[in-house]
Design a protein around this ligand. Structure first.
Ligand code: ATP
Length: 229
């Protein structure tokens, strides 16, 4: 569904991504892994068109999208839940959702959002900034779902969230993937969470793709070499 080949990216003079390849199969849940600063967030932002690619190809459903504006990619089916969530803190929960929904010309809130996140319905009049970290993460995912994506990308959705809520977020990602058929690309540093949630992995090291496979192939030697600090 998403296929990246030979992607290069620079921040000014600094070469950040080096010939990165990444395959996200349709209907799967792929975890992009690697230590801090290896370029995971940069990959997601480049897929979304928030950063320009210097060279390489990004294909989504077979179509090249690397020349498209972010809005077009979002409308075309790529949902993005950024690191740090980036909800509007002064707007209500409902307004946060409606703004996203308006981008595809709709006014209603999709049922799936209330089904998955009853707390967002209960707290619809509260300001986004007044929610807990876990609730804000649910709002960020709910907001991405308002655009009815076929691929959902999440950047460290469990960062700074209490352990019991981490489990809930994992359940939700699995439900979206397995029950709703949404393809998922997850950036995640917590190994047990990644193993439970994803079925394939790809590892970056200093801006390069160094390993990929089905989750069962993520063995101790790969973990020691590329993931443990
Ligand atoms: N706006 C920027 N300008 C210059 N360099 C940047 C910028 N953003 C990130 N970098 C650098 O690019 C490299 C990759 O960063 P990136 O945030 O993509 O890594 P990451 O793997 O997502 O890390 P983390 O797990 O800490 O979020 C790092 O060396 C980082 O310092």
């Amino acid at each position: 569904m998403l296929s990246i080949s030979q992607l290069n990216q620079f921040y000014g003079e600094s070469h950040t991504l080096w010939d990165v390849d990444l395959e996200v199969p349709a209907g799967g849940c792929t975890c992009l892994m690697g230590r801090n600063g290896v370029g995971k967030t940069t990959v997601l932002k480049t897929i979304m068109g928030l950063l320009p690619a210097a060279s390489g190809e990004i294909r989504f459903d077979g179509r090249r999208i690397d020349g498209e504006a972010t809005e077009r990619r979002a409308r075309g089916g790529i949902g993005y839940v950024p690191q740090g969530r980036e909800i509007f803190p002064l707007l209500s929960v409902e307004e946060n959702l409606r703004i996203a929904r308006a981008a595809i010309g709709r006014r209603d809130i999709p049922e799936i959002v209330h089904d998955l996140f009853p707390v967002l319905h209960e707290m619809r009049h509260r300001r986004g900034g007044d929610l807990s970290g876990g609730q804000q993460q649910q709002l960020a995912i709910g907001r991405a779902l308002c655009l009815e994506p076929s691929l959902l990308m999440l950047d460290e959705p469990t960062e700074g969230i209490q352990p019991n809520i981490v489990r809930e977020i994992g359940d939700i990602i699995r439900r979206l993937n397995r029950e709703q058929g949404l393809t998922v690309l997850l950036v995640e540093q917590k190994l047990p969470f990644a193993r439970r949630t994803a079925d394939t992995f790809a590892i970056l090291d200093r801006g390069r793709s160094v390993a990929a496979g089905v989750m069962g192939e993520l063995d101790d030697s790969l973990v020691r070499r590329y993931l443990t600090v």
